[in-house]
Design a binder for this molecule. Sequence first.
Ligand code: HEM
Length: 208
Amino acid sequence: MPPILWRRVIILLLGLAPFAWISYATVTQQLGADPAKTIVLFTGEWTIYSLFFTLSVSPLVRFLKWRWLMPHRRMLGLFALFYALCHLFSYLVFILGLDMSRFFSELAKRPYITAGAPAILILIALGVTSTQGMMRRLGKNWQRLHKLVYLALFLGWIHVLWQVRSSYFDAVLYGVITAALLGIRAYWRWQQLQKRRAKAAMMNKSHT
Ligand code: HEM
């Protein structure tokens, strides 16, 4: 089997391992006093970790030249979507008992849910348009659309920050990682603009 396929299988198994663990722990009743809450917290955490992994690919390729990671970025992104859907469904089923009117009132009442919902909608839109066919069909707009992943991560972090009751540790840690992953993109964009400006200035000079 070619190395890319091996890596795909390994990433698939690693990505499914948290899901397998939480399913096993649920069936064997190892989730403590409040299993519903444990499942919601666990799947929420794996959503944000998967986003961290996905957005770490470009920096790792640029700084460490780990180009082999690039073809696996899509699968990592799809895991973020997968865990986000597990998170949402476990909240709807185990906490709200599928009472959708309660969901909409929570959406309006609790700012952390109001911030999390658009993040999930973005991840769904990105998952649906992640195929080669959609890439071709959307052309340049595909890249514009997929930049929304930065907003999804930011909203995910706001969602966590807004839930803090006692310890700020996770919220601060996730905030530092989010700031690093978004900050590096902002720096690359600034560098690109500087280069473009310098090139335009050179062209102007040569014309005068
Ligand atoms: C409609 C969308 C969402 C809903 C309804 C939702 C709901 C919840 C709920 C009810 C909790 C547990 C709060 C508690 O009782 O302590 C939670 C925790 C969490 N959620 Fe979400 N969530 C949503 C979207 C997201 C998204 C998009 C992310 C990640 C990008 C995310 C990441 C997390 C994390 C990391 C936690 C655990 C926070 C902690 O450790 O205290 N959630 N979410």
